[in-house]
Design a protein around this ligand. Structure first.
Ligand code: DNO
Length: 347
């Protein structure tokens, strides 16, 4: 597996120099953050990012994410224009030898939490989600924003988009995803790029919006809809695992060689549709992190993996979920499991 770390570019308080000192780190997961959603990513900008990452001894293992324009998710007439742009971005990334693209198909909001600094018993804090709180929140009020959200919408526009989604069934949203994939996957095949859809986080409907990438059934459906190795998934343990009904081993088996990227993190279920993020250790949360890693290794998974959200520890301040320290501990833990499984029998 290729151990990787997410880096949010020059404005990230975590630097490439720091990431370099985490043992076993090989790849950087990043994106270009100043291109409006839906525009083509210019080749020159991609190369500038690549050169910066490579100057620090890394490769770009994954682009996370090339965002999908809302018009594609809404199935509007204008979608073909944005799909053509997406194809060109795939071609430009391929020309820069970037092979893996992570994306999601969540309407309007990317990952969502209700608290960014929920205390843990050890004095650290982490991200948490409570369904009761979300029910009382108005996403149009601007009271909550998360790092993955596209904040370029004006409230009026956001309201109009949300209204459109309220009338959309999950089947229709799935059809729009399949329409998109039917167009972009052939380009990914031609360019030898692997597309890896990220699950909805949390994996259920929020704010009355349809959400479709929620569990094993959806994974089966998406993979079968466009049956190509280049149409794959991001296996995100923490997103799928937020729902105790999702059998993570089942998803690993269904997707198997079509897993192109892994996000490894643990959560502790705290109630019905509620959870708190913990350290990566299996014993700290509700997910069998060791079992997940073992299955990936037994399946021969060689692709990129990154420690996902960490707690905030040792007084660090930074991007919620994306500090340096706990993600570095997470990487060390994951590498420990990998080494133990690979070399366990050798002495
Ligand atoms: C959150 C991330 C997500 C993810 C996108 C992928 O920490 O896992 O924002 O990057 O959903 O498109």
């Amino acid at each position: 597996m290729q151990m990787s770390f997410r880096w949010y570019g020059d404005r990230d308080p975590v630097t490439l120099e720091q990431i370099r000192q985490i043992p076993g780190m090989e790849g950087i997961v990043t994106a270009i953050y100043d291109i409006p959603v839906g525009d083509v990513w210019p080749f020159e900008k991609i190369m500038a990012l690549k050169e910066k990452v490579e100057a620090h001894g890394f490769i770009i293992s994954v682009i996370e994410s090339v965002p999908v324009h809302e018009d594609i998710k809404l199935g509007l007439d204008t979608r073909d224009h944005y799909i053509a742009n997406y194809k060109q971005t795939i071609r430009n990334l391929a020309k820069a030898s970037i092979q893996t693209i992570c994306y999601n198909f969540m309407p309007v909001f990317d990952w969502t939490r209700t608290r960014l600094d929920a205390p843990l018993p050890d004095g650290s804090h982490s991200l948490s989600y409570e369904e009761d709180t979300i029910k009382e929140m108005d996403p149009l009020s601007g009271e909550l924003t998360l790092p993955g959200w596209d904040l370029s919408f004006q409230t009026v526009e956001l309201k109009r988009i949300m209204d459109r989604y309220q009338q959309m069934s999950e089947d229709t949203l799935m059809q729009h995803l399949v329409y998109f994939l039917e167009q972009v996957v052939p380009v990914a095949e031609e360019e030898n790029v692997f597309l890896a859809i990220h699950p909805d986080d949390p994996p259920w409907s929020i704010f009355g919006l349809p959400r479709i990438i929620t569990g094993p059934h959806a994974v089966k459906q998406v993979l079968a809809a466009v049956d190509s190795l280049h149409n794959g998934i991001t296996f995100c343990s923490g997103s799928y695992g937020a729902n105790p009904e999702n059998d993570l081993q089942d998803i690993l088996h269904i997707a198997k060689e079509r897993i192109h990227f892994v996000h490894a993190r643990n959560v502790r279920w705290t109630g019905e549709k509620s959870f708190q993020e913990t350290s990566h250790l299996a014993r700290d949360g509700s997910l069998d992190m060791t079992g997940i890693m073992k299955t990936l290794i037994h399946h021969g998974y060689k692709g990129p993996i990154r420690p996902d959200h960490g707690r905030m520890i040792w007084g660090e301040e930074g991007r919620p979920g994306y500090g340096l320290f706990d993600r570095a501990l997470g990487a060390a833990y994951l590498n420990g499991i990998i080494d133990a499984v690979h070399k366990g029998g050798s002495q």
